[in-house]
Design a protein around this ligand. Sequence first.
Ligand SMILES: NC(=O)c1ccc[n+]([C@@H]2O[C@H](COP(=O)([O-])OP(=O)(O)OC[C@H]3O[C@@H](n4cnc5c(N)ncnc54)[C@H](OP(=O)(O)O)[C@@H]3O)[C@@H](O)[C@H]2O)c1
Length: 242
Amino acid sequence: MTESTRIALVTGASRGLGLVIARVLGRRGYRLVIGGRDRDALAAAAAGLSQHAPAVLPIAGDITDAAVRARLIEAARELGGLHVLVNNASELGGIGPLMNFDVTRFGRLFPVNVGAPIVLSQLAVPLLTAGGGLIVNITSDAATGAYPGWGPYGATKAALELLTRTLAIELREQGISAVLVDPGDLRTRMHQEAFPGEDISDRPLPDVTEPFWKWLFEQDPVDIQGQRFAAQQEDARWLQQA
Ligand SMILES: NC(=O)c1ccc[n+]([C@@H]2O[C@H](COP(=O)([O-])OP(=O)(O)OC[C@H]3O[C@@H](n4cnc5c(N)ncnc54)[C@H](OP(=O)(O)O)[C@@H]3O)[C@@H](O)[C@H]2O)c1
């Protein structure tokens, strides 16, 4: 497959970080499948992305719904295959001390933040194999930081990190790579939800991660297999070419 027929699937691409990642991929000529629950917001995002990408297929629905996941993968197949899967969609699930945490909420948080990325990876592998391929799972510093109040969300991201590193080893022989990206604090709806009523205007917009994404998608996936990146880290590899 030529560069002009490369295809990427980005979950949670109706706004925030996912929309930035999809825009970078679209500008690189990728055909896009994008996901998100809010149909109108997703359609608006698709219309904007169409100015950059050769094709955009919006698939609305919740990533915990098996039928939605199947439609996302089927849309990639319709576009001609898959080269990059970005598991970006995620939920915060509320911030608060563990002493007050209702553990039944794990019943929602783990399927969204951990289960869906793994199932989407399982479904994507047969398509990714054809051209080598890259799975990008979005994590957070909350996965390792033990920040008060952030435990349940952080636990889901910690689980995603271990599973991604395991996946990277298990898929190596098939020529598929899996990496983790911690985007750093970003001024998005999710971040505002974590700090309700607070002024978060000192946090950068998700566009700040663009130099990193441009660099990442230029790499041979085999060379970055299993790595964890911090997109806002001052790193010569992606800042030099910004
Ligand atoms: N913002 C930060 O400071 C920060 C820091 C570290 C890591 N992260 C990570 O970065 C990623 C993107 O976060 P963001 O800040 O850009 O969040 P955001 O602005 O709230 O965007 C989240 C996106 O995911 C979609 N989404 C959420 N739940 C979904 C579900 N169950 N099914 C399908 N789509 C769903 C949302 O659309 P709908 O609501 O319409 O479904 C939206 O498109 C997440 O993995 C997050 O954990 C963010």
